[in-house]
Each structure stands twice: as C-alpha cells, then as structure tokens.
Design a protein around this ligand. Structure first.
Ligand code: AMP
Ligand code: MG
Length: 424
C-alpha cells in the first residue's frame, strides 16, 4: 500500500498551526470611502463636540420659556446652516428649523404644531409676523446642548472595531477622512490541472471547466481579501514553479487548488517542500483530507501557502475552515474563527467512522423549535460527494459531525460553523 508520509492532523490542531504562523498586517491609512468592512487599527477620539452649537430639535419658534403662552412678534428666522444676527428678547420669538443654532436670548423651542400664525394666510412660515404660542415649555426644551451627542475628547471608536455603516458615519462626523485600518490581505489563486479549461473556452476530450478559480476568487472577495489571479497551471513542474513564484512575490497568501493528492502528477507538495516549509499535508476531516499548509519567507515577510484539494467541494470547505480564519487574522480581526451556532438536525445523518465530517447544510430559524421558543434548523444539501458542488449550493453552515459509527438521529443538536448569512 502506498501511504502518505504526512501524519493526519485533527482539524483543531491544524487550525492552531495555521493561526500560529499568521500575524496581522501593518496598519495603513485609507480614505474613508475604502474603509467599510475593515478593522480599525487605532482608537478614534472626537476633537469637536456634536452638536458644535446649541441646536434646535424641532421646526418651530425659538422663545424665552418664561414668556409662556400668548401672541408674540416674530423678530427673525434662522434655518439650518445659518447663524442668527439678531437677539430674541423677552416678549419676542424667532422662526427656527431643525438643526439651526439657537439665537442668543432664546432658551427653548416650541414646535410649530403648538403654535398658530396670527397673520392671514402667510406665504410661508418664514413670513409670519405674529404668532400665537399655545403651550408653556421648560427652559432648554427641544434644544440639543453643545456636545450632547458626542463630547469633545470622547472616544467614539476603539481599535479592533470592524467598520460597518454606523462606524463610517461616526468617522465622517469626526472628520476622520484617512482612517487607520488593517488593509485587505492580497490573496493569489492558482488552479492546477491539465484537464482544466477556462469557463469561456471550448472543452476538448477529457477536459472540464475550471470552477474552483472563479469560486475561490468570489470567496476571497467575500472574506475581505484582494484577489491576484495566477491562472491555470499545467501539471508540469516548470509552469507551476513559475506561477507559484509570482504568487509569493505579489501576495500575502497563496492558494493553489488541485495537485495535492497521491497521483503521479500531484506535484504541489514536492514543489512547496522545495519553496518553503510544509507544516502539514493531511487532515483528519471529510472532505479535504489532502489539504496542505506551508509557509515561505519572501522579501523578509512570511507568506502563507494553502494547497487546497482539487475537488470543488473540498477546496471550498477547506477554504472556509482554514483560509478564512487566516485571512481574518491578517486583516486584524480580534476573533478570526468562524461563528458557531447550535442547530437541530432536520433529518437523520449517517456518520463517518474514520473522519469528522463537515456536512453542508442550510440553517434557518424555525420558530416552532424548542417548544415554541425557536431555534436553528439544519437541513442537509443532499449527497455529500466532494465533487458535487451542488452540495454547497445554498449551504450557509458546515455541520461538524463527530467521527463515529452509525447515524445521528433527526432532532440531534449539532454544532454548525457559519459560512454564509443565516437568512436564505
Ligand atoms: P486533484 O486534487 O488535482 O487530484 O483533483 C481532484 C479532482 O478535482 C479531479 O477530478 C479534478 O479534475 C478536479 N479538479 C481539480 N481542479 C479543479 C478545478 N479548478 N475546477 C474543477 N475541478 C477541478
Ligand atoms: Mg490535478
């Protein structure tokens, strides 16, 4: 029997090795518009208060609160973006809009719904000369004092925070237009195999289309990486070597697909051994057993190399389990691991006695589970053959099934590793 020389590592141990060899990239400053989805590398403090001036909360009239209800002359108007050049003396009021600075002298705002113009049919609210104030309000009513939303010197964002829409809005508020972030790791992707043709090319005898490269490019983008395309490499040392060299020169992470199994033309492990250092070459998991991980020192920096198996499902599953956490760690994520949820099996699933299985499934919220308290329900995507990419279609979770004889009954609680959105 021809045996692989590589010991078969458990998934957890292999992932630990990958993360040990991965460090966050150097922080950079990027324009605000390019920072969405990235991890902030520094705390951000507001240098000005918000609002920077006492501002009206409502459209209405700036008043002296003590004046109380009654009819008053309107001495002016101030709209958002302007500053009043007049004063609101006791016994007078001023028209004001939401967000406008409170004119000096006024100490409260009365919303327009609590007022009544005395003039006959004014052309606009700003042309009202006399207005009746219908209610009594407290001093400070409907005024946002300086700094009520953000104080000067307040920390508005902390390092390690991922920048979503609200955080981008806060950065804009604070005038931070060059944002300290961890940039997107560069990830080079190489397909290998004499049988592969580009998806837009005619297929000759014995050929198939290269699905993995397009798929993994999409996955790299979704995981927050920047793609470098190394094309399709032939099962031939010189061609592979040339493409690998380019990948290592240009990228932080090099991904290859195919050529890591036990066949005569599976050249990758040998090449990686010569190029760098192989840390593991076999994993106790199904699918994805021949996954190979190596590192190489290029230009004073450590590059990560993942030799993914060629079967489309194996390549994508191992990408999620190993490349995504590495990519996230490089991109500064404080916790780079895939999210784990507990799910109820929707049907019985056969187990593998020799390897834990990462069973592709669609997980959705089911309000009826747990006696009506709700829970996640996992439905299998069907036949789990590692060549059958249809088993990844609509899959948003990999069920971590134990290495065990027999069948896991429907209703069992399993750990699901989240690989997509939980609404489908
Ligand atoms: P390998 O790991 O190179 O032995 O490939 C395993 C299986 O996956 C073979 O059936 C290959 O034809 C197939 N395969 C390898 N690379 C790709 C690819 N990029 N796209 C689609 N199928 C592939
Ligand atoms: Mg091959």
């Amino acid at each position: 029997m021809t045996e692989s020389p590589f010991p078969m590592l458990p998934v957890s141990q292999a992932l630990e090795i990958v993360l040990q060899h991965t460090s966050p990239g150097m922080p950079v400053h990027l324009p605000l518009r390019e920072a969405s989805g990235l991890i902030l590398a520094d705390d951000v403090v507001a240098n000005e208060p918000l609002p920077p001036f006492p501002a009206s909360v409502k459209d209405g009239y700036a008043v002296v609160a003590d004046d109380g209800p009654g009819t008053y002359p309107v001495v002016g108007s101030v709209t958002a973006g302007q500053v009043a050049e007049f004063e609101v003396k006791p016994g007078t009021v001023a028209y004001i809009t939401t967000g406008a600075p409170i004119p000096s002298g006024a100490d409260a705002v009365i919303m327009v719904e609590e007022t009544q113009p005395v003039d006959n049919q004014p052309a606009s609210q700003q042309s009202v000369q006399q207005v009746e104030i219908l209610t009594q309000v407290q001093t400070g009513s409907d005024i946002r004092p300086i700094g009520i939303d953000v104080q000067r010197g307040e920390q508005i964002l902390a390092a390690d925070q991922r920048l979503y829409a609200a955080e981008i809005g806060l950065l804009a508020t604070a005038g931070v237009t060059q944002v300290p972030v961890f940039g997107k790791p560069k990830v080079a992707i190489l397909s290998t195999g004499d049988e592969l043709v580009e998806p837009d090319q005619p297929m000759g005898p014995g050929q198939i289309r290269d699905s993995n490269r397009s798929m993994l490019m999409a996955a790299i983008g979704e995981a927050g990486g920047q793609v470098i395309d190394l094309g399709i490499g032939q099962d031939e040392r010189a061609d592979l070597e040339r493409r690998i060299r380019r990948g290592l020169d240009e990228a932080d992470i090099l991904i290859t697909s195919g050529g890591v199994s036990m066949g005569d033309l599976d050249l990758l492990k040998g090449l990686l051994d010569e190029t760098g250092q192989i840390h593991f070459g076999r994993i106790r998991m199904k699918p994805g057993k021949p996954l190979t991980f190596a590192t190489a020192q290029v230009g004073g920096r450590k590059r990560l190399i993942f030799g993914l198996p060629g079967n489309p499902v194996s390549s994508l599953v191992t990408f999620y389990l190993f490349v995504v956490p590495a990519l996230r760690k490089m991109a500064g994520w404080p916790n780079p691991l895939l999210n784990r949820i507990q799910a109820h099996l929707g049907q019985p699933l056969p187990l593998d006695a020799f390897r834990p299985e990462y069973h592709r499934s669609t997980v959705t919220w089911d309000a009826a589970l747990n006696n009506g308290r709700g829970g996640y329900l996992a439905i299998s995507t069907g036949s789990q053959a590692s060549s059958r990419l249809l088993s990844m279609r609509t899959a948003n979770a990999l069920l971590e099934l134990p290495q065990q004889e027999g069948v896991l009954p429907a209703g069992s609680i399993v750990t699901a590793l989240q690989i997509g959105d939980l609404f489908t």
